[in-house]
Every structure is written in C-alpha cells, then in structure tokens.
Design a protein around this ligand. Structure first.
Ligand code: UDX
Ligand code: UDX
Ligand code: ADP
Length: 463
C-alpha cells in the first residue's frame, strides 16, 4: 500500500518536527498536522517562520520549505483524519495527577479521545501509528476502541516510537540510529508495517529500520529512556562521592567512557535530568512492574528517580549552605531555565525544583534564559502548587540581558548548558556583583580556574 496522505494528531515537540521532516523527505505525501490548540496551530502557520511554537535548530528552515507545499497545520481534526490513509497519534501523555496510579501511571485520556475520534470519523481503512510514548499494551486498548466503536472499517495499529532528543531533533530525525516499527504478526499487520517502512525508506537505509511485534516496540522505548536516565543517575551518584573524596567526576567519566563496553555518551554529571520523557517513562515502567507484582523490578528503576530528586535537592542545599545558611532576600541568578540547551521546552527542568527550594528560603530568583519567557517560568512554578501565584511572581525577576540579571547578585547558578554562557565577559559580571561572588555550575560548563582567578568562589558538580 502506497501512502499518499498522512495525518498527525498533536502539533507538539514530537509531532511538529517529525512531520516536518517526513514532508521534506517525501514530497509525494501530503502531511497534515492537527491540534485542538488554536494558538499553537496559528503559530505553526505564522507568516514569519521564526515564530513557530517550537524552537529546534534547523526546524524553521524545513518548515519554510515544506509548508503550504505538502505540509499543513490545521485545527480541522475530523477532515484530516478522514482523508488520511495513515494517522499518527502524537499527543501528550503526562503522568496522572489524580486517582489510581496518581504520580506514576501515564494519563491516557488524550490517547483515548484520539482513538474515539478516529473511530467516529473514519469511513475507510486506516493505519494508526502510536508515536507518543505509551505504556506497554496501549496499542491493544486503542485497537479495542477502534474495533468496537468504529463504522466497520478496518484498522491496523503500529507502534513507532520516537527517539529524537530535543535540541537535536532535526539531526536525529534526518540521521536516526534506528527506526523501530512494531506491528501485528498477521498478514494485514505486516502489510501495514511495510507501508510505514515505505515512508521512512525515502531517507533512511533499510538496515536501520527494525520491525518487531507491537509490545517489543512499546517496551523498547521505555527501556531506552530508562537506560539513558539510569546512566545519568549513576554518574550523578558518583559526583556526590567525588565531592567527598577529592576525585573529579569529569576525569572519572572520561576514564570509564573510554571503555568501549560503557561508551562515552550520557555521562555528564549535572544538576539532574529533566525533560518530558525520562521521569514519566520510568514512573510508567515502575507502575507497570508493580501492577504485575514485580516489586524488585519496580524498586530497581524507581531508584533512578530517587537519585535524580536527590541531585536537584543537593544543589539547592549547597547554595543555601555556601551562602552562610541563608538566602533570604538575596538575589540568585539562574542562567538557563530550559531542561537542556537548544530547546524552549521546560518540562521537568531541574531549574523549576531548584528555584522552588530557594524561593521557600525567601530568595529572589533572577532568571535569564535565551529562549524561555517569564510566562512559562511562572507557569512551571505555579504548577507545583507550593505557594500562591502572586508569591511566585514576586519572588521571580526576569531579564532579557544576562549582565543586567547578574548586577547586584549574591550568586549565579548555571541550570542549563547554553553555549553562550561560556563566552560571557565574566570579569564584567564579577565587577557588578556582591562580594564574595559565588558561581554554582550545575552543568560543569564554565572554566572554574579562570573564574577563580577573577575572584569568584566557584563550585562545580562532582569536584
Ligand atoms: C570484569 C570486567 O569486565 C573487567 O574489566 C574487570 O577488570 C574485572 O571484572 P570478569 O569478571 O572477568 O571481568 O568478566 P566479565 O566479562 O565482565 O563478566 C562478569 C560476569 O557478568 C560474568 O558472570 C558474565 O557471564 C556476566 N555477564 C556479562 C552477563 O551476565 N551479561 C553480559 O552481558 C555480560
Ligand atoms: C530523551 C531521549 O534522549 C530521546 O531518545 C527520547 O526520544 C526522549 O527523551 P530528551 O528528553 O529530549 O530526549 O533529551 P536528552 O538529551 O535525553 O536529555 C534529557 C535530560 O538529561 C536533560 O535534562 C539533559 O540535560 C540531561 N542529561 C543528558 C544529563 O544530565 N547528562 C547527560 O550526560 C545527558
Ligand atoms: P510531545 O512532547 O509529546 O509532542 P506536546 O505537549 O508538545 O507533547 O504536544 C502534544 C500536543 O497534542 C499538544 O499541542 C496538544 O494540544 C495536542 N493534543 C492533545 N490531545 C489532542 C486531541 N485529542 N486532538 C488533537 N490534539 C491534541
């Protein structure tokens, strides 16, 4: 089956970039990305491509090339579903904030709504592709809804997890390590898999396209994220030990990374991992393990989260302790709010939790992030429900210029590894700060000895 029309439900960090690349690489396929959020769709359609709602290096150029040619953004969900032969579900699946599995299980209400909508609208056979990260066996639930509430048309469900990392989404999509497609072992299932393989084959070589059964595919995504997050928690655990023993975590990471069995990636000690996936997926895994009675498996993976929470808390504690056990009324600059560089996404960013701790100690937080607006910073803090929105607003100052942010400050904390922080005029920053001037480098990106020469008191992670 040759695919000519694709619909993607969800115009977010996954759906947006993924569909832009499919449209760029498959000019013969019409790709329509739909979302219920009118504001978001309007931003994707903004005449100035620099205003698209998601910041990813290289993305605006691709949107500019394909938009209006074979890439469309729309709020007409029903029409796009009906026209397409293949429908990607790329909606958000946050951790549940209520009821059974609260704080752990994935909230599938958006997925279920999508399935019901697809069932209601479809008049011809469809291939439905799960793109969102989902608990194992979600495909089965989607299938059951489609088969029982549909108009008698046939649905094939595929699992096609996205492995792109934010900040490098375009490169990850253009040159993926692998494409994973899970489907039914029946003849119809295999045909559906082939149809999706046919899409990716336009730019990915066939030996990198892996096909499995649906559950292996679903579980592989959770496993990959759990392994990656586990590496970060492992190196962060060692960073605390380094601080006590005089070892240096950068040296340790380099030494172990040269062992080809270990590998050098994902060994950067930090203030803690963030992002929409790692915590959510591990909690998901923990919940699934528990629901099968696998307590040891659940505990094993939960420790990755416990370690990450500890690492964030340890960072804020260190700031308070170093500033003579009080930050009350002190201006503390946050360089960076996003959960990593080159993205405007702040979901689960360590900065949110560190700021929350420090605000509870009555600090004034001065935020500078090149891509994150004040509105988002306040919304992130309000979401924690630690205090009133008014209190958050009066505890956070926002700056569009890093030098102004740092003027008169007692301390600077680096929360995101944005490249520009490295090349600042640190002498100028020092001159305008309170003395002693402290720098807490939560990303180990600054030149500590150069800063100490200027006069800063510099503290990194794991040394
Ligand atoms: C290990 C380290 O590999 C080596 O670098 C260090 O110097 C000494 O400790 P060793 O214990 O000799 O070497 O063997 P290794 O190959 O690491 O295997 C250790 C155990 O893990 C074995 O029982 C092996 O069967 C098991 N293993 C290894 C697995 O169960 N699965 C694997 O994928 C790899
Ligand atoms: C992750 C996976 O990498 C991706 O394959 C999956 O599809 C979605 O989840 P993402 O969350 O976008 O991607 O970013 P990633 O680069 O994995 O970073 C996650 C967090 O870990 C960030 O906060 C980052 O700063 C932190 N991190 C990463 C470290 O602290 N140290 C490292 O060595 C690597
Ligand atoms: P992700 O990082 O997984 O892409 P985002 O939150 O960035 O997550 O994007 C998910 C998008 O899905 C949001 O823009 C949201 O409005 C959209 N969405 C959620 N449910 C539906 C639905 N039933 N129909 C259309 N769009 C939806």
């Amino acid at each position: 089956m040759k695919i000519t029309k694709i619909c993607c439900i969800g115009a977010g960090y996954v759906g947006g970039p993924t569909m832009a690349i499919i449209a760029q690489k498959c000019p013969q396929i019409q790709v329509t990305v739909v979302d219920l959020n009118h504001e978001r769709i309007a931003a994707w359609n903004d005449a100035d491509v620099n205003n698209i709602p998601i910041y990813e290096p290289g993305l605006s150029e691709i949107v500019k090339e394909a938009r209006g040619r074979n890439l469309f953004f729309s709020t007409e969900v029903d029409q796009a579903i009906e026209e397409a032969e293949m429908i990607f579900i790329s909606v958000n699946t946050p951790t549940k904030t209520y009821g059974k599995g609260k704080g752990m299980a994935a909230d599938l209400k958006f997925i279920e709504l999508c399935a019901r909508q697809i069932a209601k609208v479809s008049q011809s056979d469809k291939i439905v592709v799960e793109k969102s990260t989902l608990p194992v066996r979600t495909a089965e639930a989607i299938k059951s809804i489609l088969d029982n509430t549909g108009n008698g048309v046939k649905f094939q469900i595929l699992s096609n997890p996205e492995f792109l990392a934010e900040g490098t989404a375009v490169q990850d999509l253009l040159h993926p390590d692998r494409i994973l497609i899970g489907g039914d072992t029946t003849v119809e299932g295999q045909k559906a898999i082939e149809a999706l393989v046919g899409v990716y084959e336009n730019w990915v070589s066939k030996d990198r396209i892996l096909t499995t059964n649906v559950w292996s595919s679903e579980l592989s995504k959770l496993t990959a994220n759990a392994f990656l997050a586990q590496r970060i928690s492992s190196i962060n655990a060692m960073s605390e030990l380094c601080e006590k023993t005089g070892a240096n975590i950068n040296e340790v990471a380099k030494a172990i990374g040269m062992d080809s069995r270990i590998g050098s990636k994902f060994l950067k000690a930090s203030v803690g991992f963030g992002g929409s996936c790692f915590q959510k997926d591990i909690l998901n895994l923990v919940y699934i393990a528990k629901s099968y009675g696998l307590q040891e498996v659940a505990d094993y993976w939960e420790q990755v989260i416990i370690m990450n929470d500890h690492q964030k808390r340890r960072f804020s504690d260190k700031i308070v302790k170093t500033l003579y056990n009080t930050v009350s009324g002190k201006k503390i600059v946050f360089l960076g709010w996003a959960f990593k560089k080159d993205t405007n996404d702040t979901r689960e960013s360590a900065a949110i939790y560190v700021a929350d701790d420090l605000i509870s100690e009555n600090a004034q937080i001065a935020v500078y992030d090149p891509k994150v607006a004040r509105k988002k910073v306040l919304a992130d803090l309000d979401y924690l429900e630690s205090r009133s929105a008014e209190n958050n607003a009066s505890s956070v100052l926002s700056f569009e210029n890093p030098y102004e942010a740092c003027a008169g400050a007692h301390a600077i904390a680096v929360l995101t590894e944005w490249d520009e922080f490295i090349s600042y005029d640190w002498q100028k920053i020092y001159n305008a700060m309170q003395k002693p001037a402290f720098v807490f480098d939560g990303r180990n990106i600054l030149d500590g000895s150069a800063l100490e020469k200027i006069g800063f008191v510099y503290q990194a992670i794991g040394s």
